[in-house]
Design a protein around this ligand. Sequence first.
Ligand SMILES: [Zn+2]
Ligand SMILES: [Zn+2]
Length: 348
Amino acid sequence: MKALVYHGPGRKSWETVPDPKIVDGTDAIVRIDTTTICGTDLHILHGDVATVDAGRIIGHEGVGTVVAVGKGVTNFKKGDRVIISCITKCGTCAFCQAGFPDHCQSNDAGIGWLLGHRIDGTLAELVRIPHADFSLHHVPENVTDEQAVFLSDSLPTGYEVGVLAGAVKPGDVVAVVGTGAVGLASIMTTSLYGASRIIGIDTNAFRLRKAKEFGATDTVVAGEGAREKVLALTDGLGADVAIEAVGYPETLQTAISLVRPRGHVANIGVHGVPVEFPMEALWIQNLTITMGLVDATSTGTLLKMVASGRIKSEKMGTHTFKLKEIDKAWDVFANAAKEKALKVVLKA
Ligand SMILES: [Zn+2]
Ligand SMILES: [Zn+2]
């Protein structure tokens, strides 16, 4: 088969590799029908994720068709159309049972994000999915691939690590720093919680326009004067919740600077370098700062809302390519602001 292989910082290639095979009885092999590149994949190529080895097939999002299952798989069979969760969970370890499969202990790394990280991923024609019964979702008939593919990661991440971790509640003012795909997923799902204002903050005019389309009530151009503008929109107090969806020191510092005392800062971004944390000024502010990897335990809930039309996930895809045109798709996604791209959809 063909797959996108990471060969160390700055080096990737779409090349021929051996087909994956069933290793454990709980595995499934899925043929990728539709996939997408994640901001995390850009961070990997940049060398920000040290736990990804050279030689790894990257990618952790996708919709496909089951082509084979191990003897222990009971919930899926050959021919089933499935969403591949970015989190691979065993369903039985202490963390899975507690509802936190991002720390699944069934593997040496003790992490639920295995695909395109510790094992080969979804930017490929075929992928092996361990613990298939717990790591795949059936796709309802009326949900298209172009809707379903964002349920692998982007939507659950914006919702769980942004909105739920940020504890958004009715009436809150929510500031979202970085209105790329995941930031927009937060904006889209924040509106489910009755926020009184949703302020999108970005440097890029296209993304700010998208923020409005996805439900932001206000937008602010990032940089000098942004904090003052947010304060002016919030009676001088700042936001109740600031969601950081970029992963740079400056953007986390911006998010921290925007919240009022007792506010919540929910960091979604994948960080590659240390962030200076002004504890001497912050300790007295009673802030709650959260961070983490998605659990993807909300996928079923979000899928119901996508199926009913309540969440229009297909709006996240702005460009479509053939899977074999992945290098072209990568360049568009890597220059998303300039290319006016959110997520790129890759079709087999
Ligand atoms: Zn992702
Ligand atoms: Zn587990």
